[in-house]
Design a protein around this ligand. Sequence first.
Ligand SMILES: [Zn+2]
Length: 265
Amino acid sequence: MNISGNDYASNDHVALAQDLRLLTRLGKRIVPLDWVIDTWNGTAVRDLEDCVVLTCDDGSDLDYFDLDFPNHGIQRSFYNVLVDFHAEYGRAAQPNLHLTCFVIADRSSRQDIDQGCLFSKDWMRDIWWHSAIRSGLIGIENHSFDHNHAAVKQPGLAGMARGDFFAVDNFERAEAQIANARVLIDQEIAPAKTRVFAYPFGHIPPYLINDYLPNHGERLGLAIAVGDGAQPVTMDSPRWNWPRYICGWHWKNPDALAQILAQAG
Ligand SMILES: [Zn+2]
């Protein structure tokens, strides 16, 4: 949804297409998030040194469908950017190419966000989640019940003020945002199941990281949670706050990404 033009700096879809080529040129292997989790928790043995995992947040239809974006024309979806890469370079260039999309669970909240933040074109649907998973190129994971987003018209769950995720500071609110989201998303994507949570806005409430997730994460089938700590993931990464680097924030051009990769590797 970060589209204000059609070049790298102004368009995450253009940036992703270029970054796939850069990563490949630099010899980085792109692998599914599941592979890293399984290796980290000891249920699989893989050499993942110097690998890269791709994720994106919020789950708009632009993740899967090419759409005509107001003022900026047809945009290749993230999914089709991956398909194009394989078509141009061959599957062998990145045989395990994969992108994890963190989606918002509640349909009516997604519709509010579509109206408040997009163009009221019904671009926050869940109809593509199944096909995306079946493609083998996309995973669907948990980005909360309603993002506690300011655009959501219903009053905040359990008395919460809207607009930030730090407000998720007790059990009732955490159950509403994380456990309920998991039930809804898992219903949509069955037989697949979510096992990763991404903090909305990158806000990491102390209650979630210190109390709720350590005590209830297993019950919810959660293996890890991801934030935006701008560090490489290692065997020592904190379970409930795996770091990520974010395009447009931690890097704004391919050279800056290459620099991050050189330092991280
Ligand atoms: Zn988000």
